[in-house]
Design a protein around this ligand. Sequence first.
Ligand code: ADP
Length: 404
Amino acid sequence: MEKILVLNSGSTTVKFQLFKMDKGCHEVLAGGMVERIGLSGSKLIVRSAGGNEFSCEYPIENHKAAIKAILDYLSHGFLKNASELSAVGHRMGHGGEYFDRSVIIDDDIMAKIYDTLPLLPLHGPAFVHGVEAASGLLPGVPQVATFDSAFHQSMEKAAFTYAIPREYYAGERIRRYGFHGTSHNYAARCAAKILGYKGRIICCHLGGGASVAAIKGGKSVDTTMGYTPAAGIMMATRAGDMDPYIPLHIMKTQHKTADEVNRMLNKESGLFGLSGGHSDMRDIIANAEKGDENCIFAIEAYVYGLLKTIGAYVAVLGGVDALVFTAGIGENSPLIREKLCARLSYLGLELDKEKNEKRPAPAEINTPSSKVKVLVIPANEELMIAGEAYDLLEELASGESLAV
Ligand code: ADP
């Protein structure tokens, strides 16, 4: 039995979950977050497995203070002391081409992580602050890094290469990396258990950020996000794919800076841009039901983008055994699932409308005669990270090579 703490460090937040892991089973002991790090009103919020919630507001200056607050709290009842932890699993954003799996962090790994920082200028520093803080506070406790891009390192060159002059890949490693890999990997493993074999899976991670992955035999073959998480299908506030000349045109004709266009593409586009200011699918659906034309169109365009991507991935995989929905919209919106699946009947896919409407949705929402399974798998990146850390500890104990 190992106690593993999973940390997800953002710029002003640290989310955490404490797991008790054993072979083939796990238990969540506690979870929560520190929010508003370095700002007024910073707060520690903890939820125990029994549903009790505790929160405490006091100045929390930086990530080290945030993780110390979490450890201090956990030391009262959940851990005898912090060194009872077997490992800390960190959610990391970008592993570049260095990492195709989770790793135990040492100096060499840390140097590679620093090397990938320019690839994720907005989110990368926070992940690194989390690792630095936890390593300082817990000397001797293995720190494990799980990268959002690692699962997609199995993509072949034709899938990850952009058709721009070769020197951009040779020099700056500009290529498709893909993200949400931990979520796609977790969903694909759950889907394989339901299918009874690994098969051909198209996984739709539809949260605020959204991406689709084509997965064959448990490996990512293609995915919609690219060099950055701005690419691919439309998202809550991100535009996703478009004619690459559009940003240049806007910069030239409207004299906007790169930062201004970046803001427009990342914060003011997607569902938000089309619906007229709503980034939450619940609000868009509610307004569409009242007849709001912009919201009706935003839903139509969202489903169309998914439909087109799925068609492409069916071609890439040579068919599909399971269509998987995960994350906020994927798990909770019968309407989006129904609209999409209605247009996939050409695959022999049949949605069971009653099962689709159930809340929470059951894992399998296709009819018995459907040729494609339609699965709803609640996202659980934290469990995946804890599982990766557990497996690495097992490998370490059995003396297997951990070389990257
Ligand atoms: P994030 O990417 O921010 O982690 P989540 O996976 O939690 O996001 O997904 C958040 C999104 O899920 C919300 O913005 C909302 O649009 C959507 N969502 C949550 N519940 C529902 C629901 N019942 N119906 C439709 N959309 C929902």
